[in-house]
Structures are given as C-alpha cells and as structure tokens.
Design a protein around this ligand. Structure first.
Ligand code: UGA
Length: 437
C-alpha cells in the first residue's frame, strides 16, 4: 500500500521504516529541510538500535523515500499518517498547533489534486492527542476543503524508545479507531501481516486507549516509587515486593522498577495532558495528579539521600553515569538524569558525566557546567561519589573492583537499583539505592 507519514521524528521515522520493511511504499515528510537532506543521504539523525540499518535497507529497496512537501504525501498515498509533535503548553494542555497546520496544508493539497490522483484519502492520527482531536481534524479539513473525499482514523502508537523497532513490528496490540467499513478495511489491509490482536473501535475510544495506557504505566511507576519510600522507612526491599506483586498475572512484573521516576517525551507530557483534558471535560482526575506529584518529588527524594550522606555538595567532585531518560537511546527529553545533573550543579557539586550515547545531546543543556568523560571509568577517577541515573547495560557489566580503585571513596548512589546491595557490601562499597536496605 502507499503510505505517507507526516512528521519524521522518532515515532514517524520508526513507523515509516517498519511499514516499508513490511513491503509497503512509504514517503516520510518533514518540514525540517536539514533533517530531510540527511535522511535522503541515508543518515538517521538520532540513535535508536537497528534503525539506521532498517532505514538504509528500505531506502536501497526504494520502499522508503523522503520529502519536505506535504503535497507529495497527499498526491502519493491513500493513507496519510500524522506523527507531528504535540508538546505541552504552559497550562498543561496538549499543543495541537502543528497538527492544525498539517491539516490545513493537507486540505489545500486535497483541493488541487491532479486528475490522475483523485480519490479517497484516509487521514490517520498517530501522534498522541487528547480525546476528540479526530473530530477537530475532520472539521478542520472539511472547513478548508469541503469537497474533499476523505475520512479520519485514529491509530495510536505504542512504541518504546530503545526497542522501538521491536515494539512497532511486534506490538502487543494494534488499536484502530474508525468511522466506516471502508476505513476499517484499509487499516486491516495495512496491518494484515502483523501478528497482533487488532482492536477496531471508534475514534474517541482509540484516543482514550492511548492516554489511558500511558497513564496506567506511569501510575505503576509512581506506585512502586511510593512503595519504595515505605521500604526505606522499614528497611524492606522494594525489588522483592515488586517481584512478589508482579507474579500475580493481574498485576504483572513490568513497570514496577523503582527509581528516580519516569521521564521522556511521552509519559510526563501525556499524563499532564490527560489530566488537563479530563478537567476540561468536567472530571478532576485526582489520581493522575498524585501520580505526577510522586514522580515530581522522586528526584528530591534521591537528592536528599545524597545530601544526607555527603552533608553538603559544595565543591564536591561527583561522577554521574547516565544522561538519557532511559537506556538504549540518546533522548534526553524530560530526562530524570539531566534533572539530577542540574540539581547537583545548583548545590555546588562539580560533575564528571558519562553516557554511552547521549553526551552530544546533554551538551546542549549542560554546556560547560560539567566535565565530559570518555568512559564510565574515566568519570569515576578521583571522585568522592558516583551517582547512577540511567540503567544502561554497560553500567551493569562494569568491573566494580576497578571502579573502586579509581574512586576516592567507594560511595555509590544508585537511582536505578542496578546492583545487588549484598554484593556491593562484600566489595566494600557504601551503596545507597531506592527502597532497598
Ligand atoms: C512510553 C510507553 O511505554 C510506550 O508504550 C508509548 O508508546 C510511548 O511512551 C509513547 O507514548 O510514545 P517511552 O517514552 O519510550 O514509552 O519510555 P518507557 O519505556 O515507557 O519509559 C518511560 C520512563 O519510565 C523512563 O524514564 C524509564 O526509566 C521509567 N521507568 C520505566 C521506570 O522508572 N520504571 C519502570 O519500571 C519502567
């Protein structure tokens, strides 16, 4: 099938490349000319495992092409996905202005379709949007192109950065919100080769499934972080509590890792936007507000642990391992690690930072306020303590004896609970983590 993806960010590019991998003809559009130029040369502008190879392969096979013109998308394809960003406005609402301008442009192109390209178009919202955005998209396009032959559908994405290809090609489920049999049949055909339950529903329910799912995941994380604080009070082990809870299949093991809270470009934004839209619709979603409150204070909680042990941080030289918001990505948007770095700097600490992939990105925020180490070992040389903020596999595999020799004091604050406290004690470390004695 011929598919257009408007918005070639992390979601758009992964989605486009995966559809191409499945044999569809895909055109990815972005108004960032530099990005499109890079992609035309076959270069992926960010780090996501396996994506560079996937994009190169599908470009070579001519199933994946790029353009900066929405006209090319509308002329080329029957299915047009919108995957532009929906950042937060200051009051916590989702900013739909990029979606609106894309819709305006689509409408303009629909009005002047060349004769040989006339026909039905399915406009699919994939960006995470508040419920009833599908309705807005429909009305907007109708307003500017009243004669256009189109429908709107919702097909929220559930990919996870760091394993985006796997979670796109092998999703737990595919959600499709449609208004007609024709739209349903197109979406069924599009996903025919995917081995996942296909949930066909109405557009508003599809939109709500996305916000509800991300909120539920965030709630699990905040829940276990609250339990971790209780564990700290009574010297119990939150990883044991999570394991015991998670064995109940109704609860499940995943998203019960206590730490320094959730970050990234999705959960923090989506939970705030869902709370906002609920309020607008007449329901105060207090539970979500609490989820956010626990998350927002989790970093304070961790910093307090560091301050309690070191007393003050002024001029103390500390290593910080991890800058990305989670492992296997260079994405630092809403990264708890960056927030920790900024807090430690504010308290007067001198930081030596290291991340396997996110150093370049981190420089855009941390600038010259920290020293950048070339390796995890270099970061810990002659530091008073090590702070761990992202659970990269590289850190789990580190030679802890070598690290100990390099540090001034064997003192670790682990915000991601990556080591076993017993082993750390045996190795002679003073080891502080979250919710474990
Ligand atoms: C999240 C959802 O998991 C995806 O299903 C969704 O498609 C995506 O948002 C989106 O809306 O686009 P992502 O932002 O890639 O995916 O990251 P997650 O894997 O959800 O992790 C979010 C944050 O929670 C990270 O900072 C991670 O370290 C933290 N986390 C995760 C925990 O602190 N504990 C856990 O047990 C799990």
């Amino acid at each position: 099938m011929k598919i257009a993806i408007i918005g070639t960010g992390r979601v758009g590019l992964v989605t486009g490349a995966c559809f191409a991998e499945k044999g569809h003809q895909v055109i990815c559009i972005d108004n960032n000319l530099q990005k499109i130029d890079q992609l035309k040369k076959g270069k992926v502008p960010f780090y996501e495992p396996g994506l560079q190879e996937l994009v190169s392969r599908n470009c070579r096979k001519k199933r994946l092409i790029f353009s900066s013109h929405i006209k090319d998308a509308v002329n080329f394809s029957e299915i047009i996905f919108i995957t532009v960003g929906t950042p937060l406005t200051e009051n916590g609402a989702a900013d739909l202005s990029d979606i609106e301008s894309v819709c305006y442009e689509i409408a303009q192109c629909l009005k002047i379709l060349p004769k040989d390209k006339l026909g039905y178009r399915l406009i699919v919202e994939k960006s995470t949007v508040p419920v009833e955005t599908g309705e807005k998209i429909k009305n907007l396009i109708k307003k500017y192109a009243p004669q256009a032959n189109f429908e709107v559908a919702s097909n929220p994405e559930f990919l996870q950065e760091g394993c985006a290809i796997k979670t796109t090609l092998y999703p737990d489920r595919i959600i499709v919100g449609v208004e007609s049999k024709q739209a349903e049949s197109i979406m069924r055909q599009l996903y025919a080769s995917f081995q996942a339950p296909l949930v066909i529903t109405d557009i508003k329910s599809a939109e709500l499934i996305k916000h509800a799912s991300n909120s539920f995941l965030a709630m699990k994380i905040s829940f276990i972080n609250a339990i971790a604080r209780i564990c700290d009070l009574v010297k119990a082990d939150v990883t044991e509590v999570a394991r015991g809870m998670g064995l109940d299949h109704r609860i499940g093991q995943e998203f019960l890792k206590a730490g320094i809270g959730y970050g990234g470009s999705c959960l923090p934004k989506d939970i705030a936007a869902f709370s906002y839209i609920s309020r607008q619709l007449g329901y105060q979603f207090e539970l979500l507000n609490k989820v956010q409150e626990i998350n927002n204070t989790q970093i304070d909680y961790f910093i307090d642990k560091i301050k309690k042990e070191l007393r003050h941080l002024k001029d103390k030289v500390l290593a910080l391992w991890g800058l990305s918001f989670k492992p296997n990505t260079d994405d630092i948007r809403e990264s708890p690690a960056i927030k920790i770095a900024l807090r430690l700097i504010k308290e007067g600490a001198k930081l030596k930072v290291y991340d396997p992939k996110a150093m370049k990105e981190a420089r855009t925020i941390l600038g010259k306020s920290v020293r950048y180490a070339k390796s995890a070992y270099e970061a810990v040389r002659k530091v008073e303590a090590l702070v761990i903020a992202t659970d990269w596999e590289e850190f789990r595999q580190i030679n802890l004896l070598r690290v100990k020799k390099l540090m001034l004091h064997p003192l670790i604050f682990d915000g991601r609970n990556i080591f076993d406290p017993k082993t750390m004690k045996e190795l002679g470390y003073t080891y502080h983590c979250i919710g474990r004695p």
